[in-house]
Write a protein that binds this ligand. Structure first.
Ligand SMILES: Cc1cc2nc3c(=O)[nH]c(=O)nc-3n(C[C@H](O)[C@H](O)[C@H](O)COP(=O)(O)O)c2cc1C
Length: 166
């Protein structure tokens, strides 16, 4: 497992090979297997395959240039009504996203996590473009595709960042 975890890197260049929908479903299955506070399963997912929408995502969030070559984007949202109070929406989403990124490594796919919330202007841009109801907070867009760049595994283990209380 650790071998696959350290293999995960952000991929920002993808081939034009389309990602099979069965693989996208595996990513979503991995996401929905993540833990959530009080088991609220507060996430919702919008799978964007539309080329024009992918090409213009950079207008909604400036650091999503890689979407131009991605096969799809999975927009992860928090459902404010699933969780009251909704203080854990971002944490729930983050756990689901990381599960997706790791399953993608296993499927030889590349991914890049791009933040939307909590930046208000980005949330508004995505709400307006995709007609997302106020009930849902767009939290991140994950670019998915077959990698067209090679990035080395990085073991960032740093004992200086750890305190043991024995
Ligand atoms: C909350 C969050 C937001 C991020 N937003 C972006 C983004 O908008 N655009 C981007 O290209 N990468 C984004 N990244 C990816 C980081 O830049 C990347 O994970 C970091 O540089 C470490 O590199 P690695 O993923 O290859 O290990 C984001 C990552 C996280 C966790």
């Amino acid at each position: 497992m650790l071998e696959e975890i350290v293999k995960r890197r952000s991929i920002r260049k993808f081939t034009d090979q389309e990602v099979e929908e069965a693989k996208i479903e595996d990513l979503l299955r991995a996401a929905m297997s993540a833990p959530t506070a009080r088991n609220t399963q507060s996430w919702r997912f919008l799978v964007v395959k539309n080329r024009e929408a992918l090409n213009s995502m950079v207008e909604l969030q400036p650091y999503t240039g890689m979407m131009k070559t991605a096969s799809c984007a999975i927009i992860v949202m928090g459902d404010r009504e699933a969780s009251q109070p909704d203080e854990y929406l971002y944490v729930d989403a983050a756990a689901a996203i990381e599960n997706m990124l790791l399953e993608a490594v296993h499927l030889n796919l590349g991914t890049c996590w791009c933040a939307i919330g909590p930046r208000a202007e980005r949330i508004k841009n995505f709400r307006d473009y995709y007609a997302i109801d106020e009930r849902y907070i767009p939290i991140a867009a994950v670019a998915v595709g077959y990698p067209d760049e090679v990035k080395e595994s990085q073991d960032r283990y740093d004992p200086k960042k750890v305190t043991w209380y024995r």
